[in-house]
Design a protein around this ligand. Structure first.
Ligand code: MN
Length: 352
């Protein structure tokens, strides 16, 4: 069976039409996390290394400050572990999720690693499972879904074996379905989500690829942008500080290209006439150097990186971005990028 892009777009449209809706105003705060991959606490549990950081930040930062919590898929790693075991092991985390839920501030969507959750009787789960979520801010829409739905491979399985029930019956079929380390597959999924959002004149917010994106830009794009900005500054100020910052960024960029030599084509993403800020990705909680998330507050959206000083000091030395210590802990919060939602939507509407 051949799965065409058209079919994938049709499936995304269906997902969009059936999405749960949440209206937010300027006073509402939202944090989006995805890809926790919580396991049994053993050495195969990818969540374990950042579990303290996540638990602490969630309770003492986001819950305390009355954020809405959106968990955008692959929260429980059900391809490797049993739900019961996961919930026993990470009891404290589940309790904090429940606190958000009690206040009506928890929204949990399904990913490909926790697909079975949509099939379980929802009364048996501590919180309901959504397929996707439409976040509406001043009549502008952010379409939040895990991201596997934009993959041809997933849709092929969907067509072949029927709906998710069949996955449940044949978990082996999807056992090795993982994209996070294959940059070509990541790119294809992102490209479809990017173009779908542009066509709808909305913003798409995904996870799944574990690659943080802000306004459809990844780290390389952000560095290139930053270098151009700094060159403009340097022309005016001729400051050594700026010159050194440019040098450091160039080195960083070279390192990335050395790591991913095949990725140099299409520097400005996804082959469209303009670079459109339609795609965002919350990244992952299980990063080697910490965790990333997206925050919405006061009409702005931000890409945020949290890290533990004991594990990585790299970002503490960074001159470009300041990090803020959380209480008296080793945990730090760093805003990588931030922009006004109204400005982003203006560009999406006028340019796409
Ligand atoms: Mn996934």
């Amino acid at each position: 069976m051949k799965v065409t892009n058209k079919l994938v777009y049709t499936q995304l449209e269906k997902l969009y039409q059936e999405a749960t809706t949440l209206h937010i105003g300027r006073e509402d705060k939202v944090v989006i996390f995805s890809d926790l991959h919580m396991g049994n606490g053993g050495s195969n549990d990818d969540f374990k290394p950042n579990s303290h950081l996540f638990t602490y930040a969630l309770e003492n930062h986001y819950l305390n400050k009355s954020f809405n919590l959106i968990l955008n898929g692959d929260i429980e790693e059900l391809q490797k572990f049993k739900l019961k075991k996961i919930h026993e092991q990470w009891k404290k985390v589940i309790e904090i999720f429940k606190e958000f839920h009690k206040k009506g501030k928890l929204f949990k969507t399904v990913g490909n690693h926790d697909l079975q959750l949509s099939l379980i009787n929802q009364d048996k789960l501590p919180f309901p499972t959504l397929e996707s979520l439409k976040l509406i801010f001043e009549e502008q829409e952010m379409f939040i879904f895990h991201g596997h739905q934009a993959s041809k491979k997933y849709q092929k399985h969907n067509q072949l074996v029927g709906f998710t029930l069949k996955y449940f019956a044949n978990p082996l079929r999807i056992k090795n379905y993982s994209v996070s380390h294959d940059s070509r597959k990541q790119y294809k999924i992102e490209k479809i989500a990017y173009h779908y959002a542009a066509y709808k004149k909305i913003i798409a917010i995904i996870g799944h690829t574990h690659r943080p994106l802000f306004e459809s830009m990844d780290k390389k794009d952000r560095i290139r942008f930053k270098i151009e900005q700094l060159c403009r500054d340097y022309a005016k100020t001729k400051s050594d500080y700026t010159a050194n910052a440019i040098k450091a960024l160039k080195q960083g960029l070279r390192k990335i290209y050395k790591r991913e030599p095949g990725y140099i084509q299409n520097p400005f993403m996804y082959n469209s006439l303009f670079h459109l800020p339609t795609l965002f990705n919350s990244g992952t909680v299980i990063g080697k150097r910490g965790m990333t998330c997206l925050e919405i507050e006061n009409g702005k959206i931000s890409l945020v990186h949290w890290f533990d000083k004991k594990i990585s000091k790299k970002y503490l030395k960074s001159d470009e971005v300041k990090s803020t210590q959380l209480d008296n802990t080793d945990y730090y919060r760093m805003v990588i990028n931030t922009d006004d939602l109204n400005y982003i939507f203006t560009r999406v509407k006028l340019l796409s």
